[in-house]
Ligand binder design. Sequence first.
Ligand code: ADP
Ligand code: MG
Length: 243
Amino acid sequence: MKKEPVISIQHLNHYYGKGALRRQILFDINFEIYPGEIVLMTGPSGSGKTTLLSLIGGLRSVQEGSLKFLGEELYRASQTKLVNLRRKIGYIFQAHNLLEFLTARQNVQMAVELNKYISQQEAIARSERILRAVGLGSRINYYPDSLSGGQKQRIAIARALVNNPALVLADEPTAALDRQSGRDVVELMQRLAREQGTSILLVTHDNRILDIADRIVEMEDGVLISQSESAFVSSESGARTKS
Ligand code: ADP
Ligand code: MG
């Protein structure tokens, strides 16, 4: 029996603009992501990848079709529901989006403190633990300004993963990095996701990182094409048993 998908999308369409300017961007998307699965999405600029990511992340309202996150329907979902859902998702963007006036630890800690049941002490401990896990143990109290692009992106990864989300959405996370830093950053995401059982949906143009994927899909003019599927993804034992 298949595991319950983290994301389940059926007949999803999306449009921008109104009246005569209304333009369809996504066409009949059908797509699932299973627990622990790492899915890479490629495709030309303007094909609709970011739009799909923002819909999955609950950052934009679903207009047509069904989009379920952990079994919960997002179509016509309330703002409260969307806010709760966003807490279970980690976001990593092309630019790291760190706050320059906060240290590495404070940037991560902010994400932990969205959960009001966690004490400040615990939030600090968790933030420092995840920063050590991403190899920034010696940079915990540094400001982003004094860190390299790769280090900043690692803080962003720490921030995205610190709450142990069910899903991480990454939109071209290596675009601003050199080859080696880009590689390091995705391998780190892969390792942490495997350890935590987190699913990842990662948009990339970077052919050199495609091998970290369990599955690759391609967006073309708003249509999603499945490129490859690994048999183990739907197996009972799940994606994490892959070596
Ligand atoms: P990608 O991430 O693959 O580059 P996007 O999802 O960003 O693609 O964009 C898909 C199409 O939708 C593009 O033609 C883009 O110009 C258009 N678009 C994106 N965002 C908006 C918006 N907020 N309003 C109107 N059109 C948009
Ligand atoms: Mg984009």
